[in-house]
Design a protein around this ligand. Sequence first.
Ligand code: KG4
Ligand code: ZN
Length: 324
Amino acid sequence: MAILALETSCDETSVAVLRQGMVTQLTASQIDVHRLTGGVVPEIAAREHVPVMMPLVQQVMTQANITATDIERIAVTTGPGLITSLMVGVETARTLAYAWDKPIFPINHIEGHIAANFLSGQAVAWPAVALVVSGGHTELLYVPQPGTYQLIGKTRDDAAGECFDKTARILGLPYPGGPAIAQQAATGDVTQYSFPTPMLDSPNFDFSFSGLKTAVLYFYRDHPAASIPNVCAAIEQAIITVLVAKTQRAVAQYQAKAVLVGGGVAANQLLRELLSSVGVPVYIPALEYCTDNAAMIAAACQWHNQPADLFSFSANPNWELTPR
Ligand code: KG4
Ligand code: ZN
């Protein structure tokens, strides 16, 4: 099967062709634009998608040596995400599906992050627990089998990646904050400072990171001479400790046989290290498939059989994965 997939949920314009397990993908990053504002401004993100969208489709199809005739399905991220960014991908996909008379598959972005683990063709034991951690999402899902999900916990305020980004900004570090904090933390002493680990002991799988952000804000205001590497080590430790502890508890409660990780924060080395002790195999996609990408949307499309009616779906910024 040949699938053409588009992903524009936030600030990456990504197009992929997945054909017989082979991925051809091009992603245009807006990171330099958003670095100027220290974060993603939704209207700017949407506008940046427009001029690169169709050139990317053409380049990917050329690289994949494929014509419109060869494409069997068009898959597009339909939510969750930034509404205006999503609309660029959805309307492009709708237009192509109409012009080329192809079935269209609206795909959930979180399902895409989970499905990214299957791009390498590996076998996974079920049931699994999925941890999706990015700048926009922090979610734990119970996944009894591919295509079936139960959301068991999510952040009540900031996402884990957002917490990295915002605390980095407080400390004067560049955007995106996750890699910047991890880099500083690598030379820091984690025992020097300690920040709150919100909801660590709450009897559920929810998260909350805005209190940690505020704690860093006040701490740095009151201790402007504090060692940045030491502060970063403590921030990273606090965020990752909560993520790993809740994942471990979810594995135990749901008797999961595997953990599937996705989202940009999956690049974090401490997360990778600590997750390796949860007691079941942990799957983390290659870096280019952890961050937002279209190949993962094509991978998730393979789990579906029913295309959507071309004119009866639209971008849904709050689309939550529900059991089915
Ligand atoms: O999935 P992604 O590319 O975009 C979305 O937010 O959907 O994730 C980006 C997030 C940012 O918040 C960034 O700071 C974080 O992933 N991130 C990291 C690392 N690399 C990227 N967080 C912690 N450690 C990292 N090494
Ligand atoms: Zn994402």
